[in-house]
Design a protein around this ligand. Structure first.
Ligand code: DLZ
Length: 216
C-alpha cells in the first residue's frame, strides 16, 4: 500500500473535473517559478481540472502570497454567493496555457489564449464560478546574507496556514525555502536527478479539494 520514503507516494487517481483551482505565484526568481507553475498546472490538467477552471495570478514576491490567497479566496466566495443573481463574472482570466514570465522582475501572469473568438470559446468551455476548491501558493525564497530569508519564510508559512485554517480551504504550500540557487533548480526539475515539486503541488491541490468536498 505504501511505497517510497520521500514524497507523497503514488499519485491518487482523483477526478478534478468538478474543481476550480487558483494558483498565486511570486514573480521573484521567475526562471524557477515558471517551471514550478507549469508543473502544477500540467498536473491539474492531467487530473481533469479544465483549463477554464484554473486561474493563475501573480504577486511581486513571496511576502505578498498570504494576503493574495486570502483576498482571492474571499472574493471567489462572494462571487459564488452572487452568481445567479448578478451573473457573477470572473475575478481574473482563466489559464489555458502558462503565459510567459519575465526573467527577473514583474512579468504578469493572468489569462491567456489566442485572442480569437474561437480561442475565447475554447478557453471558457466548462467554466465554473464560485469559491475555489483549492489554492496553490508558489514562491521561491533563496537565502541571502541577511535575516531577510528567515523572516519571510516564517511569516509566509504561518500566513498561508492561517488562511487555510481560517477559511477551511486547502492552501497548498508551494514555497521553496532553499539555501542556494542549485537547490532551487533541483526542486524545479531543472537539473539532473531533480524533480519538479510543482507537479506534487498540483496533485496535492486536487487530492485535498476532492477530499474536502467529501468531508464537507
Ligand atoms: C526582497 C526580496 C528578497 C531579497 N528575496 C526574495 C526572494 O528570494 N523570493 C521572493 O519571493 N521574494 C523576495 N523578495 C521580495 C519580497 O518577498 C517582497 O515582495 C518585498 O519585500 C515587497 O514586500
Amino acid at each position: 500500500m505504501f511505497s517510497g520514503i520521500k514524497g507523497p507516494g503514488e499519485s491518487q487517481k482523483l477526478d478534478g473535473s468538478v474543481l476550480r483551482v487558483a494558483i498565486v505565484h511570486a514573480r521573484w526568481n521567475a526562471t524557477l517559478i515558471e517551471p514550478l507553475v507549469a508543473g502544477a498546472t500540467s498536473r491539474l490538467k492531467a487530473l481533469g481540472v479544465l483549463p477554464a477552471n484554473i486561474v493563475i495570478t501573480s504577486v511581486p514576491g513571496s511576502w505578498e502570497l498570504p494576503v493574495a490567497v486570502q483576498r482571492l479566496y474571499a472574493a471567489s466566495q462572494v462571487q459564488g454567493a452572487t452568481s445567479g443573481i448578478s451573473g457573477g463574472g470572473d475575478l481574473l482570466g482563466s489559464a489555458t496555457d502558462l503565459p510567459s514570465l519575465a526573467i527577473s522582475g514583474t512579468g504578469e501572469t493572468g489569462s491567456s489564449g489566442d485572442g480569437s473568438l474561437l480561442g475565447a470559446t475554447k478557453a471558457s468551455a466548462g467554466k465554473k464560478e464560485g469559491a475555489f476548491d483549492a489554492i496553490i501558493a508558489i514562491g521561491v525564497l533563496i537565502k541571502g546574507e541577511t535575516m531577510h530569508f528567515e523572516h519571510i519564510a516564517e511569516s509566509v508559512s504561518r500566513g498561508l496556514m492561517r488562511v487555510q485554517l481560517d477559511f477551511g480551504v486547502p492552501v497548498v504550500f508551494g514555497l521553496l525555502t532553499v539555501l542556494d540557487e542549485d537547490q532551487a533548480k533541483k526542486r524545479a526539475g531543472l537539473t539532473e536527478g531533480g524533480h519538479n515539486h510543482g507537479e506534487d503541488w498540483g496533485d496535492a491541490a486536487v487530492e485535498m479539494a476532492v477530499k474536502r468536498r467529501q468531508w464537507g
